[in-house]
Design a protein around this ligand. Sequence first.
Ligand code: ATP
Length: 298
Amino acid sequence: MAILTVENLYKNYGPIEALKGVSFSVPKGSVFGILGPNGSGKTTLLGIILDVLRATSGSYKLFDQAPTHVQRQQIGTLLETPNFYHYLNAVQNLTIAAAIKQRGKADIDKVLQLVNLEQRRFSKFSTYSLGMKQRLAIASSLLGDPDVLVFDEPTNGLDPVGIVEIRELIKKLSKEGKTIIMASHLLDEVEKVCTHVAVLQKGTLLTHGHVDEILVTEDIVETGATDLQQLHTILEQYPGVKGVHMKGQHVDVAFSAGTAHLEALNRFCFDKGITLNHLRLRKKSLETKFFELTQNNN
Ligand code: ATP
């Protein structure tokens, strides 16, 4: 099941085209990174999904259905710098958050434990480090036990220790079965925590897919045959492959950079009874490309 499917989304702010025909889908259980430099349209995209903004055209589905208020309630969000009462403690702040959301009051102890703030739950918010404040905001997004979490730049402004804490927390939530959609301008961050990524540049989707296919420097070999399922099964047995993924009409096979040999791969498939009708080596240069884009935009 797709948690979110975005179909040809456009958003204009007057003459500014913030999104230009963006389409992708977020698989259940993934940690899905929306990666792009400042101004690429990440926040706009999240705003549309969460019904804070209206798309100029295009549509999206939540849980494979037209979005409704009830479906949106199943999403926990962290959209901007957390706004809590400075003179109240964590429990008091979360009690207010639960009252506003009209759910999750019974979860307060559990979410504070999840984000590792139970020791400090009776300390005033004003005494928290930035990292603790951000973790409290994540705790708030977890009230009501949503299956899906949307985080906009969750590590923004944190020091290295705070960043690691948030990363570990995201991984923990993912292990618990949550689907996490997060916007980030940091390639490193997406690479470290995300399973999937969509790369945005000035409102255009450059590419999307598994992180291990898109961000890591690897050789990807595109292969095709009449029976793609059988091809997939056989390629998984090929010595030295790092990953095999169905991609539309092709099966992509990932190798460490410089280790893909097309002739040997072709022979292997043929010996297993499969005749390839497509075979192409694609070098992984997106990482370099992404840095260039980021630099151009700064
Ligand atoms: P950042 O990380 O800096 O928030 P972003 O990738 O989230 O960037 P957006 O905030 O979605 O990007 O902005 C996309 C484009 O739309 C930018 O050119 C921005 O200036 C423009 N934009 C965003 N909000 C508005 C608005 N309310 N009015 C006019 N232009 C806007």
